[in-house]
Design a protein around this ligand. Structure first.
Ligand SMILES: Cc1cc2nc3c(=O)[nH]c(=O)nc-3n(C[C@H](O)[C@H](O)[C@H](O)COP(=O)(O)O)c2cc1C
Length: 159
């Protein structure tokens, strides 16, 4: 397996998830975990798996992740298995019911990223996943890094 994990992270939570997934996957092949700022097109050559992770910011991926996805040439991911995850606020930690409703209804970065990656020819082989933070800037909810490691193991089985 030759896999690349590309992530963005403003406060460090998504980076922790990305690195945990990378370590869990790394036991079984070549896995690089790179911030999106370092994910140049040559890093995508010869991959059989691409995983993209982003914080959800205003219902979407960060501008850097959106730009990265946008600049992938058409069909660039043909034959590549793709998976996506985001981090997002845990609804139980939002006091205002109106705000909770809006955040939930607004949607999350992972599904947007999945749609773009599919448009670029990637084969989405596991559903988009979200990992929870307990406040606007984190930290991650307890147990989320363990869940990330277990998601990575699931990915290996699904592949
Ligand atoms: C400006 C801003 C907008 C945000 N928008 C959303 C949102 O639409 N939905 C959501 O679930 N969380 C939202 N959050 C919480 C982020 O998802 C959270 O900051 C992120 O998961 C932390 O990841 P990071 O540490 O990798 O940046 C927002 C946070 C900020 C600061």
């Amino acid at each position: 397996m030759n896999a690349l994990i590309v992530y963005d992270s403003v406060f460090g939570n998504t980076e922790k998830v990305a690195r945990t997934i990378g370590e869990a996957l790394g036991a079984n092949g070549q896995v690089d975990t790179l911030p999106v700022s370092q994910a140049t097109m040559d890093k995508l050559r010869g991959l059989d798996m691409l995983i993209v992770g982003s914080p959800t910011r205003s219902f979407r991926p960060t501008p850097a992740v959106s730009q990265f996805l946008k600049t992938l040439p058409k069909n660039h991911l043909a034959g590549v298995q793709v998976a996506v995850f985001d981090t997002r606020i845990w609804l139980d930690t939002i006091d205002s019911s109106v705000f909770r409703f809006v955040v939930n209804k607004g949607g999350y970065a992972a599904s947007t990223m999945a749609n773009v990656l599919k448009m670029k020819g990637g084969q989405l082989f596991v559903p988009p996943e979200g990992f929870l933070v307990t406040g606007e800037q984190g930290p991650l909810k307890e147990g989320e890094l363990e869940r990330a490691a277990s998601w990575a193991r699931q990915i290996q089985l699904a592949k």
